[in-house]
Structure formats: C-alpha cells, structure tokens
Design a protein around this ligand. Structure first.
Ligand code: GDP
Ligand code: MN
Length: 384
C-alpha cells in the first residue's frame, strides 16, 4: 500500500523528524485559508501516488494566499501519470541551500534493509544511480540489532562533513529507521532532505510504501488508504492477489506458484505477462468474474490466458465462472484456456457449450496465448 506525502509526513512528524508545517486541501479556497495561516509564502504540492510531480508541474511556489488558491486550482485539475489529483498539500516554503537523498528499502537478496544516502538528492535518484552510482552510499543494517548511532553518524558525515549538519541528519536517519521498522514499511524515502540557508535540516518530501501482508498489524495506517487504483481495490475486496505489469497477456491463474511459473513460461516463449493474478486455491465463479472484469479494463491486454491446475480448485467452478463472465460482458480480446485436473470433464462440457476449448498442456496454452495476442512464440529448445 502507498500513502500520500502528507500522510507520510504525519508519520515522520510523529517520530520527531522535522517537516515543514502544512495541511491538505481538497478545494482551492481551502488552500488559500491554509496559506494565510502559514503566513502567505507556501508551496502547493499535488498528492498523487506517482513520483516526479515536480517535473510534471504538480509542485508550485506561491507568494500570497491568493496565488496559492490559483495554483491549487490549476493543480487540482491535473492528472499526473494518468492519476487525477484529488488533493494538494499546502506547506510553508523553505529557503533551500542544498538537497540530499536519504532512503531505506528492503534488500530482498541480502535479507536486510539497506540505507541509501546521497549528496546528489532532489532530482531523479534513479538517474543518479544509473549514471554515477558512486554518488550513492549504501549501508546494510542488521535488522536484529537495528541501526546504531555510530552507523548513522558515519553515513551522514559522508553526505556532509559539516558536523552541525551531519548530526542533525543522523538524528533524522535514526528516526527514519524507526518509522521503517515500526510500520513494517518496504520503503521510506526523503527526497529531498534539505539544509536550509539557516543551517537546519528538514524532510521536504516524504514517501512510505507499506507491506500489504503486515497491514493487519497497523489498522491506523490501513485507515490512511486513499486514491487506490480501482482494479487493485476490486481485487483486494474479492481476495485476489493482483499485480499489474507491462505486458500484453492477461493471466488468470490458480495458485501463486503456478502464477509465477506461468509468467516465466510466457517470457521464455517470448511473450510478456500483463499481470500477476492469483484467484486462489478454492476458486469460486465470482472470483473468476472479478478477474475477467479487471483484465477487460486494462487497455494493454491483447489476450486473456487462463492457466488452471485443478487440485483443491474445481476446474468446473472456473469454467462456470468463465461462462458467467462471458454472459455478462464478452471481452474484446481472445481467451485462451489451459485447464487440467479435478472435474476436468465437467469443465470441458461447460466450455464446449459456450463455444470454447481448452488445452491440457501449459506450453501449448502459452504458445496459443502469445499467438492470440498477435505475437509469434519463440522456439524454446536447446538454447533454453
Ligand atoms: P517530487 O518531484 O514529486 O519528488 O516532489 P518534491 O517534494 O521532491 O519536490 C520537488 C522539488 O521542488 C524539490 O526538489 C525542490 O527543489 C522543490 N521544492 C519543493 N518544496 C519546496 C520549497 O518549500 N521551497 C523551494 N524553494 N523549493 C521547493
Ligand atoms: Mn521528491
């Protein structure tokens, strides 16, 4: 789950990290009122689940409350990376002397959180990572011990050798690590962390991504859910695991392991999956219906591929779900089905009655799906 900057800043502030004063506005007039409270000079910031708001024009400075209202009017009409802006953070302006980057993410390969710090913050950190990786310092933390004060100081003195700056940063880093650990985050990020001209360090931006599997431990954070992608919301409410990807083959699969194997096999044959979607072990027709609804609204999907291995899952349930979904709304793209296992004969009867067929072999199904999506399956053989 992602939360907005203003919500992440609330978490930061509660942990004692200095953040500029500010409030969320849903309407231009509210932005003006907040700006007046803050003394007039403010920054108006789009609240959307997308990075690069600055570059997209979603962050604007205003010198007066009237100007804040005008900028808020503009920004509240925008969409950034396809996401409509439904709120703006109106915050006091800071006099920035330098911008740094500070983040903590989970390094799955190392099984440890890794702190990333750089004096080249503010701009696209991915770009810095690509073109000059030596400008980013990485430090792994032993999660059973936590971040120790001397580690934090070493990292921060490397970012800025001035003691009065580095020590403020180290105090922030320790608190940032506390936020990361306490909220079961997968990422916490301050970009930019800034030093103002009067020598004070602030979190000017804030990003927190949370681990969905740990949210049950944090009802207060779960309550912050806002502006969720409609398809992700649908999937979550129906108990489907759904992750959108960039390819053209929409996948509906029972079981996470099979779903991953399906994506691998599609890739091996030269195709690209449009999503990961696990309808679960004991599938019911409603889940299939929801899955088809989700894929039908993804403009990138050029074919829908069902890969069903019936164990606990009854394949006739899935076939029933497909029949019901098609009766309701026929997707504009072709459907390819691989289906085998429990109640297979019954499932086939149902599919035949609606004019569909199914292969029993996964590789054959994948080849058909790639062809149906307008591609040509690559031979998979000795070359692997
Ligand atoms: P992002 O583009 O979505 O990452 O949004 P940020 O919050 O990181 O803001 C982008 C840039 O806008 C920052 O790097 C700053 O250069 C600038 N900016 C944001 N807030 C302020 C502010 O209060 N004062 C000044 N002078 N610049 C700001
Ligand atoms: Mn930023």
């Amino acid at each position: 789950m992602n939360i907005h900057e203003y919500q992440a800043k609330d978490l930061f502030a509660a942990a004692g990290i200095p953040v500029p004063k500010g409030k969320l506005a849903r309407k231009p007039a509210e932005a003006r009122a907040i700006a007046r409270e803050l003394g007039g000079k403010v920054v108006v910031k789009a609240q959307v689940h997308a990075g690069g708001r600055g570059k997209a024009g979603g962050i604007k400075l205003a010198a007066t409350p009237e100007e804040a209202e005008a900028k808020a009017t503009d920004i509240l009409k925008m969409s950034i990376k396809g996401l409509p802006v439904r709120g703006v953070l109106v915050a006091e302006q800071l006099d920035i002397a330098h911008e740094y980057y500070l983040g903590i993410i989970l390094d799955r390969a190392a099984k440890q959180p890794v702190i990333m710090a750089s004096a080249a913050g503010g701009i696209d950190i991915e770009e810095v990572a690509r073109t000059s990786p030596e400008k980013i310092l990485r430090h792994h933390v032993d999660p059973t011990v936590g971040l120790r004060a001397h580690e934090a100081r070493r990292i921060c003195f490397a970012m800025d050798p001035r003691g009065e700056v580095a020590l403020q940063m180290a105090a922030i880093l320790i608190k940032l690590y506390q936020v990361y650990a306490r909220t079961d985050a997968s990422l916490v990020e301050i970009n930019p962390l800034v030093v103002t001209k009067d020598g004070k360090v602030w979190a000017l931006d804030a990003k927190v991504n949370l681990d969905d599997n740990a949210l049950y431990r944090h009802p207060d954070i779960e309550a912050m859910r806002e502006d969720e992608d409609p398809n992700e919301a649908k999937a979550r409410q129906m108990g489907l695991s759904y992750i959108k990807l960039d390819g053209e083959i929409g996948c509906v699969v029972n079981g996470a392991g099979l779903a991953m194997a399906t994506m691998d096999v599609i890739k091996a044959f030269g195709g690209a999956p449009a999503n990961f979607l696990d309808i679960g072990g004991s599938s019911n027709p409603d889940k299939v219906l929801t899955a088809m609804d989700i894929l039908a609204t993804d403009p990138k999907v050029k074919a829908i591929f069902f890969n069903i291995f019936g164990g606990i899952t009854r394949t006739d349930d899935v076939a029933q779900g497909i029949a019901q979904a098609l009766a309701k709304r026929k997707p504009a793209v072709p459907i390819v089905i691989r289906l085998t296992g429990t109640n297979e004969e019954k499932a086939r009867e149902i599919l035949t009655s609606i004019g569909l067929s199914a292969t029993t072999q996964m590789d054959e199904g994948v080849r058909q799906a790639i062809t149906a999506a307008g591609g040509t399956p690559r031979p998979v053989g000795a070359a692997g």
